[in-house]
Design a protein around this ligand. Structure first.
Ligand code: PEP
Ligand code: MN
Length: 347
């Protein structure tokens, strides 16, 4: 049973029959239970039509409420799969026993900048390189990335360091091209609701890093993961990167640490944290990284730049090589006392 329809007190026999008939028309079965005061109808069935039940049933006369007892996302839910999914990026596994750190510049600016950063983050213990070649910028006049040239630089950095890389893809038309180079596709916060892009990323067969939209509920975020998974691609990693609140100055976004254990409870997919975008301040990246690890994050994604003051994007939140090394030491210390994977709470 997936949903329960609660009829109004005094709903007529015709009204109840009409609800049951509409459910049958949707290919669902109804389990009617008539109490002293009111009738309750259990909806029995599987698959997509359940998503339509609310739309159809809520407007029928005599219906008081519809209560969902299963999640609107299916493939992504823990009800569907109880064990944790492990996502494979080259030789690296996210969601297993190791905490995985992804690091690199916000944007690929030059070969020199990207290679220097790749070597530095690898030496400090990062397992995956990040770097944007196609950049979603709030202003059209800001640096918007090197495009294909950026992908080629990332591929060179991979060849030199052995680190697989994740990079953002912004439009469905670019998925094929980015897939030729990247080991993992990033869907950015601003594109979390771009359903055509999610489907193309699903068809690409590449692992997908799905950022949470800055105004997205956790359910919406998981439904976006469902779009990718519905295309047959189960390799999705969720990334909490801060949400928009009334705070605009002290922090760029409000890092929702609670989203990490909440998502881990609702889904079997790995969940990582991005304290760079989550806070927008370089000096907050380390404390929020530690908080995310303590909360059960499967990994971190951190922006690092050879000279943050000269960065073409997100310099304020980027770590120097030295600060990244220190962060990695602290994270490693903490990781020794936080069990991985973190056992789920049972009541
Ligand atoms: C990024 O990773 O550089 C980025 C733009 O992230 P987000 O989509 O989370 O803002
Ligand atoms: Mn950035």
């Amino acid at each position: 049973m997936a949903d329960i329809i609660v009829m109004r007190v005094g709903a007529t026999r015709e009204q109840i029959d009409r609800v049951v008939q509409r459910l049958h028309e949707l290919g669902l079965r109804a389990h009617l239970s008539e109490g002293v005061e009111r009738a309750i109808i259990g909806v029995i069935g599987v698959g997509a039509p359940l998503l339509k039940v609310r739309d159809v049933v809520e407007m029928l006369p005599g219906v008081e409420d519809l209560v969902s007892i299963t999640k609107p996302y299916k493939l992504a839910s823990r009800e569907f799969q109880s064990h944790n999914t492990i996502v494979q990026i080259g030789a690296v596994e996210i969601g297993g026993s190791e905490l995985v750190v992804i690091a690199g510049p916000c944007s690929v600016e030059s070969e020199e900048q990207t290679l220097a950063t790749a070597h530095a983050v690898r030496a400090a213990g990062a397992k995956i390189l990040r770097g944007g070649a196609f950049k979603p910028r709030t202003s059209p006049y800001s640096f918007r990335g090197l495009g294909v040239k950026g992908l080629q630089i990332l591929a060179r950095a991979r060849a030199e360091t052995g680190l697989p890389f994740v990079t953002e893809v912004m439009s469905p038309e670019d998925v094929g091209m980015v897939t030729e180079y990247a080991d993992m596709l990033q869907i950015g916060a601003r594109n979390m609701h771009n359903f055509n892009l999610l489907e193309e990323a699903g068809k690409s067969g590449k692992p997908v890093l799905l950022k949470r939209g800055m105004a997205a509920t956790i359910e919406e975020w998981l439904l976006s993961a469902e779009y990718v998974m519905a295309q047959g691609n189960r390799q999705v990693v969720l990334c909490e990167r801060g949400i928009r609140t009334f705070e605009t100055q002290a922090t760029r976004n409000t890092m929702d640490i609670s989203a990490i254990p909440v998502a881990k409870r609702l889904t079997h997919l790995p969940v990582i944290a991005d304290p760079s975008h989550g806070t927008g301040k370089w000096y907050l990246v380390q404390p929020l990284s530690l908080a995310a690890v303590a909360a059960g994050s499967d990994g971190l994604i951190i922006e690092v730049h050879p000279s943050p003051d000269q960065a073409l994007s997100d310099g304020i939140q980027s770590l120097t090589f030295d600060n990244f090394r220190t962060l990695m030491e602290r994270v490693r210390q903490l990781a020794t006392v936080v069990p991985r994977p973190q056992p789920l709470a049972v009541s």
